[in-house]
Design a protein around this ligand. Sequence first.
Ligand code: TXA
Ligand code: MG
Length: 339
Amino acid sequence: MNDREPLLALNDKIVAAVTLLKAGKNVAFPTETVYGLGADIANPSAINRVYEIKGRPINHPLIVHFAEMNQLEYWATDVPDSAWQLAEHFWPGPLTLILPRSSHVPLSVTGGQNTVGLRIPDHPIALALLRALGRDRALVAPSANRFGRLSPTSANHVYEEFGNKVSMVLDGGTCKVGLESTIISFYNSTAILLRPGGIPIASLEDVLKQKIVLKGNQDIALRTPGNLSSHYAPATPLEVWPTESIQQRAQQLNKNGLRIALIVWSDSDYLSQAANENIHLFLMPADPIEYGHQLYATLRQLDQKGFFRMLAEAPPLDSAWLAISDRLQRASYNTSTHL
Ligand code: TXA
Ligand code: MG
């Protein structure tokens, strides 16, 4: 079954999705960040299939999604005050908290670790699905893309990634955030940023009235395999260049007659003059929220157009752009610029 069946009303689709999930199938569902590839936390073989379908190593932990705040202490133990403060302020929302796991969370979900990633997503379909699944149940879900690739921000992207390998894709339109959740772990009560995402760190700091520690040591990086340097990558090689040198780089490649996509946000004459029959200019919003909303869909679209390379203008060095800088950096990690 898939969600292209127009005759089923939303409520019937949720009922069908719950039936499939309880029978051990995988259902992709929309969240406000990106689409997730869901499995019932109580079904070990459905969890294994998530890893198989994605091609993801089994030591990479999955996020546990649930709907009600009072379930936090069902899935986690020893929740520090700072975690409560963030949960109460930002959930439902694009924030994942890494906390000591309770005995209800299987080790297959946490990659064998004693911590678990938890989040209440802010999307009406995700919340309806989680509520229909029932109390003390949850959906484990990574982003619904093949390992290392761009996360999906529409139901069509999920079909592009997995075709019929997923039993059902619930279509919730375009994800309003478009980048994955911000991930925070805790050392005692100190909050540590493991992945920049949908919630800017300045907003977290405002609520906690403390500085968020930026992850900067190997130990934490190792515990967060999503931090593998190459990730979130399109198939077309991507390079990131500062505003001053991107035009020169495009012209250097253009000398060899190669087709280049220039992805820019600063709407300067200097950059628009760079466009010609081989250098195609794509203007992104100069606002980080809008840019984040469009980033993956844009990279996916450009990936279909047979460019030799995509060159992205480096974002401003402002913390509001941190998640975007992070994703562009990872998406470009494997590209050699010796050309
Ligand atoms: O916005 C999101 O977070 C989306 C939607 C579907 O919720 N999910 C998502 O999942 O991005 P995934 O699996 O693609 O990325 C989850 C990240 C991975 O980098 C994983 O290593 C990290 O969360 N993570 C999960 N549990 C963890 C834990 N116990 N300790 C450290 N990192 C953890
Ligand atoms: Mg992912």
